[in-house]
Design a protein around this ligand. Structure first.
Ligand code: NAD
Length: 356
């Protein structure tokens, strides 16, 4: 199979972790007879420094021309003082919107080898953690109107949370379709006791659920959901939620599984072209030190093979190699435990590639 991958290394630890994912993809290409051509794309702080824009149109065009996009992370303290539209994260928002990627799937699965790294009590962890957050990605409060005005001698800021029925319906369908391939349970997480937009979510999802009679459907307020995630995460299979709630809950979910460094994500729209990235940020505190955990990015590459290229066997080979490396006691600093061997970011990439 010949595929073109737009590769966005980005900022902070981005280049380090992406290198390891490419190492693993090279090994897959070699072993299974595929050719992955990589096109470098500047986005985020690096693009601001080079082009004065977090995502120049020519870079977006490269992503649109590729079969899929692999991203490290963008952002960092250097660019934090810039006005909103010029910040690195704006590049990411524009990329998602430009590619029409409205759904973000974030699996939260505890690797048994890392059970000790979970901050939850063993009695809770024992029940198993294996759920998936389906987050709406290109609407809601992050894409509504933002403004700050002077009123009665003080600054007043407003951010608008807006959802249209079709935006809820398409993400709802992804959640139900995903649940059909899993344990057939969907929980809508919202704030319907306060927000009109949440009440619309519920009304639309009630319609969608009629097409999936086998799926058990429930609703939960986001404040309760954040508690239930730490009290009994085993109750969840697929959580479907809006952009901001999904952003927050998926970070909470990642901590339950031990480390944010292990979790991949996929962002998809209507076609097979997607964008794949670990859920963490650019970790400026450890950037350039070769100690980041590359597994979230490596597993993101595995998701790309599976969801965009239909290479299920190759994706499973990557997951199995990660499993073997963990079984062999290799750990990066973020999930180091007694009796394990501390390895660097590049050593972890080498170890996983060698186990394919
Ligand atoms: P972060 O995820 O970058 O870091 C949070 C903590 O987790 C840090 O202590 C970091 O060292 C650690 N961490 C994260 N990834 C790790 C990994 N792979 N291995 C080991 N440790 C890891 O979140 P933050 O500090 O809130 O944000 C830093 C920058 O990243 C900000 O500029 C933010 O805007 C940006 N950001 C980008 C994305 C993205 O590109 N998709 C997502 C979130 C945050």
């Amino acid at each position: 199979m010949n595929k073109t991958i737009a590769v966005i290394r980005g900022d902070g630890i981005g280049p380090e972790i992406v290198n390891e994912a490419l190492k693993v993809l090279d090994k897959i290409a070699e072993q299974y007879g595929h050719a992955f051509a990589c096109e470098d794309v500047d986005m985020g702080g690096v693009a601001i420094d080079k082009w004065g824009d977090p995502l120049p149109q020519a870079m977006l065009d490269k992503c649109l021309a590729a079969d899929s996009v692999l991203l490290g992370a963008v952002g960092g303290p250097k660019w934090e003082g810039l006005p909103g539209p010029q910040r690195p994260e704006k590049g990411l928002l524009r990329l998602r919107a430009g590619m029409g990627l409205y759904s973000n799937l974030r699996p939260a699965k505890l690797w048994p080898q890392l059970a000790d790294a979970s901050p939850l009590k063993p009695s809770i962890v024992e029940k198993g953690i294996d759920f998936l957050v389906v987050r709406e990605l290109i609407s809601g409060i992050y894409f509504g109107e933002h403004k700050t005005v002077e009123q009665n001698g003080e600054q007043v800021a407003t951010d608008v949370m807006r959802y249209a029925e079709h935006e809820i319906e398409r993400i709802g369908r992804i959640a139900f379709e995903t649940a059909m391939k899993r344990r057939k349970k969907v929980t809508c997480v919202d704030k319907a006791n306060v927000l009109d937009s949440s009440r619309l979510w519920r009304a639309v999802l009630h319609r969608v659920k009629e097409d999936y009679p086998e799926v058990e459907y429930g609703e939960m307020f986001v404040d309760n959901a954040s508690m239930q995630l730490v009290k009994d995460p085993s109750q969840f299979d697929v959580i479907v939620t809006g952009n901001m709630f999904g952003d927050i809950l998926s970070d909470e979910a990642s901590m339950l599984t031990g480390t944010i460094g292990m979790i991949p994500s996929s962002s998809l729209g209507d076609g097979t072209r997607g964008m794949y990235e670990p859920i963490h940020g650019s970790a400026p505190d450890i950037a350039g030190q070769n100690k980041a955990n590359p597994i979230g990015t490596i597993l993101s590459a595995a998701m790309m093979l599976k969801y965009s290229f239909g290479l299920d066997v190759e994706a499973a080979a990557i997951e199995a190699a990660v499993d073997k490396a963990l079984n062999d006691g290799l750990r990066t600093a973020d999930c180091m435990a007694d009796g394990c061997r501390l390895v660097s970011c590049s050593e972890m990439g080498d170890a996983i590639a060698a186990r394919i």
